[in-house]
Design a protein around this ligand. Structure first.
Ligand code: NAD
Length: 428
């Protein structure tokens, strides 16, 4: 099939490249000419394991091309995938202006009946709004909802082995075409959830809010553990042993971040308000997350003492391992808190140093993790990259000026840290 993907971000690049790998002709279009130029020169706009090789292979084969315009030959596409950003607006609602702009573009250029698949995360009713914009087209264009569930850091594997593919379509014809498109990803069994467009749009928000809720619940428990002397690690094991609950996604930490959970939880709250159905759990999830970030800032301060004049090393700046994405990363909040109180903050991350330095220039970036701790009064582990899992604590102690270690991800063994003469502080 001939496919056009609008938006060369995490979702657009991964889906476009994955679809090219399955044998389709894919044109990935982005309004950012600099991004397109770099992609055409083989430079990835972000770090995502395995994606670079896949892009190069499919570009060489001629199936994958990048452009800032859709182009004549692709005005006869079978499917247009809309993968543009939907950031939070001032009031917490999702800003769908880029989705509507992409729809207007498709309406102008399409010369053959086609599907317009909305992969961006959008509030219920957006497909209907897009449908209205597409009425201006010269040909019949049908809108379908096809939300994306990839996890940054594992996005390529998620594309080829998805846990589910959600399709919201109103016609049998659209459903049949999408089934055909996704058939190669279903050889080991049915993964499609086929439904109407509105349910499909809501599935995406409900999934992210449910995951965020688990995290926030464990984070609240970690604060209760801190106050009562219980151990959140044991609580997790005990609670997660119940099969109905399960062990995954039950880790306490510095609060969730990234480009999806914070904005999607707020967008769900906003959607509820708009329809007069308060989303109480989403509201509490959001609030608990903000409180957790504050709690971790205070935890560092409690262990460190007055921050002014102190040096704090942050290991891990990305919002989670295996990505260089720092959007809404808890590390930003902790660094800001310390900088505002007069501390010097030195950060290290295997991949996210540059994106972090652009987001918060006041932090000194160290090229190596052990350089970051030299002369530090405290070391704070913010992101549990594999390379931080088993550090040499004796070396850390030797290099540090102080002895405070705050493990905001609860991945180190307190006894091992203490054996090196350091003071351990975990979350709960
Ligand atoms: P992103 O910010 O990384 O990329 C969006 C890209 O779209 C940018 O490069 C931008 O220049 C481009 N763009 C904007 N308007 C355009 C237009 N009219 N035509 C062509 N290109 C345009 O975004 P992302 O992280 O890939 O997310 C995209 C959507 O998918 C969002 O709605 C997001 O919530 C959702 N989503 C993201 C993830 C994730 O892990 N990042 C996972 C699932 C769903």
């Amino acid at each position: 099939m001939k496919l056009v993907v609008l938006g060369a971000g995490y979702v657009g690049l991964v889906s476009g490249t994955g679809l090219a790998e399955l044998g389709h002709d894919v044109r990935v279009v982005d309004i950012d000419p600099e991004r397109v130029k770099r992609l055409s020169d083989g430079v990835l706009p972000f770090y995502e394991p395995g994606l670079g090789d896949l892009i190069r292979r499919n570009e060489r084969s001629g199936r994958l091309t990048f452009a800032s315009e859709i182009g004549e030959e692709f005005s006869e596409a079978d499917v247009y995938f809309v993968c543009v950003g939907t950031p939070a607006a001032e009031n917490g609602d999702a800003d769908i202006s880029a989705v509507l702009a992409a729809a207007d573009k498709i309406a102008r250029i399409a010369r053959k009946p086609a599907l317009v698949a909305i992969k961006s995360t959008v509030p219920v009713g957006t497909c209907d709004a897009v449908e209205k914009r597409l009425a201006a087209a010269h040909v019949a264009l049908e809108v379908v909802s096809n939300p994306e569930f990839l996890k940054e850091g594992d996005a390529v594997a998620d594309f080829f082995k998805p846990e589910r593919i959600v399709l919201g379509a109103e016609s049998d014809q659209a459903r049949a075409l999408l089934r055909q498109l996704y058939a190669p990803l279903q050889l080991s069994g049915e993964r499609l959830v086929v439904t109407d467009r509105r349910s499909s749009e809501l599935i995406k928000y409900a999934s992210n809010a449910m995951l965020a809720m688990r995290v926030s619940f464990m984070n609240e428990l970690s604060r209760l553990c801190d106050a009562t002397g219980a151990d959140v690690h044991s609580v997790r094991l005990g609670v997660g042993a119940d099969k109905r609950i399960g062990r995954r996604f039950l880790y306490a930490g510095p609060g969730y971040g990234g480009s999806c959970f914070p904005k999607d939880v707020q967008a769900l709250m906003h959607l509820g308000k708009k329809h007069d159905v308060p989303m109480r759990l989403a509201e509490a999830t959001h609030r608990a997350n903000q409180e957790q970030i504050e709690f971790v800032c205070k935890l560092v301060e409690r262990a460190l003492g007055e921050p002014a004049g102190k040096v704090v090393a942050l290991w891990g700046l990305a919002f989670k391992p295996e990505t260089d994405d720092v959007r809404d990363a808890p590390s930003l909040a902790v660094a800001r808190y310390l900088l505002e109180r007069g501390a010097r903050v030195v950060g290290h991350d295997p991949e996210a140093s540059q994106t972090f330095a652009r987001a918060l220039p006041g932090v000194v970036i160290a090229a190596r993790e052990y350089e970051a701790v030299s002369g530090a009064d405290a070391l704070v582990l913010m992101t549990e990259w594999r390379s931080y899992r088993a550090p040499n604590f004796a070396e850390i102690k030797k290099r540090m000026r102080g002895a405070v270690v705050v493990d905001a991800r609860n991945v180190w063994r307190p006894a091992e840290v203490q054996r090196a003469g350091l003071r351990y502080q975990g979350v709960g």
